[in-house]
Design a protein around this ligand. Structure first.
Ligand code: HPA
Length: 247
């Protein structure tokens, strides 16, 4: 029996799932990093594949962009297909002095401006959205073994890609005490749009989750990755994620 948004039969999706936002990235990961690949879904052109990495079954499922989209795929992967280890592999915008384009960031925690935590706890608790510690420490070990530098810390999952946080004249402007400035001064490394949903749903279902991102743009310095630079740091991130799930 397939789910509403994923055409796979139960059993076709592995317990370990990599989650790129872009479905074409899912195809690229499957084709370049996995063996014995088969595609189990193309509903809405959001592709999903299962294959083997070093003999272990691994799936790669596109999630689309943003918390509502990834939340749909997470629910079906966890509750219909039994996914147990979920690693988002995406891009993020660097927003801290220490973060440069092409860096790989591992999200130890996710802050968010989304209402998803409020929807669960009704405002009674500011629930901490955390990575699974075992996956986090394995990813850091894998990165060290591969000799790939990573930055580990808190990120923010935002609902708005286009916002006026960096409008110098607005409440959220780039100056001192604006929204982004406060996040930066509280150690937020980067911004993306999905991690908080992953950590919340994983906590609710008591499964393991981690987010690894490559920095595609630098909000502080207004720099962007070239497509070639994006590809090489993207490959580093995938290697770390795959070595993490098989350990
Ligand atoms: N904002 C939000 N999400 C992102 C960004 C960004 O600048 N870059 C990559 N994902």
């Amino acid at each position: 029996m397939a789910s509403i948004h994923i055409a796979a039969e139960v059993g076709e999706v592995a317990e370990s799932v990599l989650l790129p936002g872009d479905p074409v990235r899912a195809k690229i990961i499957a084709e370049n990093f996995l063996e014995d690949v088969h595609q189990y879904t193309a509903i809405r052109n959001i592709f999903g594949f299962t294959g083997k990495y070093k003999g272990e079954r691994v799936s790669v499922q596109g999630t689309g962009m943003g918390i509502p989209s990834i939340s749909i795929y997470l629910h079906e992967l966890i509750h219909v297909y039994g996914a147990k280890k979920l690693i988002r592999v995406g891009t993020c915008g660097g927003m801290n002095e220490d973060i440069r384009v092409r860096d790989v960031v591992i999200a130890q925690g996710a802050s968010t401006d989304s209402s998803i935590v409020h929807q669960v706890f009704g405002g009674a608790v500011n629930f901490s959205l955390l990575a699974d510690f075992e996956l986090l420490s394995k990813a850091v070990d894998a990165a060290r073994t591969l000799n790939l530098p990573v930055k580990v810390g808190n990120i923010i999952s935002t609902d708005l890609f286009y916002n006026d946080y960096d409008d110098p004249h607005g409440t959220f402007g780039a100056g001192k005490n604006t929204f982004n400035d406060k996040l930066r001064r509280h150690g937020i490394l980067a911004v993306e749009m999905e991690c908080a949903a992953l950590y919340l749903q994983a906590a609710a279902a008591q499964v393991q989750a981690l987010t690894i991102c490559t920095v595609s743009d630098d909000l502080l310095r207004k720099e962007f990755c070239t497509p070639e630079e994006r590809q090489s740091s993207f490959n580093d991130m995938i290697k770390i994620a795959l070595e993490t799930v098989i350990q």
